[in-house]
Design a protein around this ligand. Structure first.
Ligand SMILES: [Zn+2]
Length: 185
């Protein structure tokens, strides 16, 4: 399973939450499908606008040229703020629902009729936490910008000192030459 995570939530946490929900469904595949389907599953995780976890998936294994991907494909959308949502449980069962689509099921084929939590898909998430990626703090960013400017200024000082020395040498040479010419006349 490959995760393309475009959110500020941690990818390892997303994986820990959705993998148990997905793996089981995509290994226990209906007849005719390949086992271990979850290995070539691509999961794109982004933000949704509705303040809840939503999902979308292609039915069955597909070729997605824009991603240069062949296999199962699902999109999951998370709210930017968790609000009073149980983000972990919601993410788990929505991923399981989409995994059912990936293994070729329509809503009428699903045990719950396609609506709501499927038992056995979200309970593991009760003890898991979806954390935010560490944000580099402002003072650290400002310090690193200052470091870069200092390095650049140091290089400029060295460069102009070199040019300054060269100019002094050239000036001495031409002054000497002029003096000799003046003395001869
Ligand atoms: Zn559905």
């Amino acid at each position: 399973m490959k995760i393309r995570n475009l959110t500020h939530y941690r990818t390892d946490d997303i994986r820990a939450i959705i993998l148990p929900a997905i793996r089981k469904r995509l290994v226990e595949v209906p007849s005719g499908a390949k086992p271990k389907l979850y290995r070539d599953l691509l999961v794109k995780v982004g933000y949704g606008r509705r303040g809840q976890v939503t999902g979308w998936a292609y039915l069955g294994r597909v070729l997605v040229p824009s991603f240069n991907h062949s296999g199962g494909y699902m999109r999951l959308a998370l709210p930017k703020e968790r609000g009073n949502l149980n983000l972990e449980e919601e993410l788990a069962w929505v991923a399981a629902h989409e995994a059912d689509h990936v293994r070729g099921l329509n809503h009428k084929d699903m045990t719950c009729g396609g609506a709501g939590r499927i038992p056995g898909t979200w309970e593991h998430a009760r003890t898991l936490t979806l954390r935010l990626k560490p944000q580099p703090d402002k003072t650290a960013r400002a310090a690193s910008r200052r470091d870069k400017r200092r390095t650049n200024a140091r290089a400029k000082v060295a460069e102009w000192e070199r040019k300054h020395k060269l100019a002094q040498t050239k000036l001495r040479t031409w002054k000497r030459r002029l003096k000799r010419l003046d003395d001869l006349s």
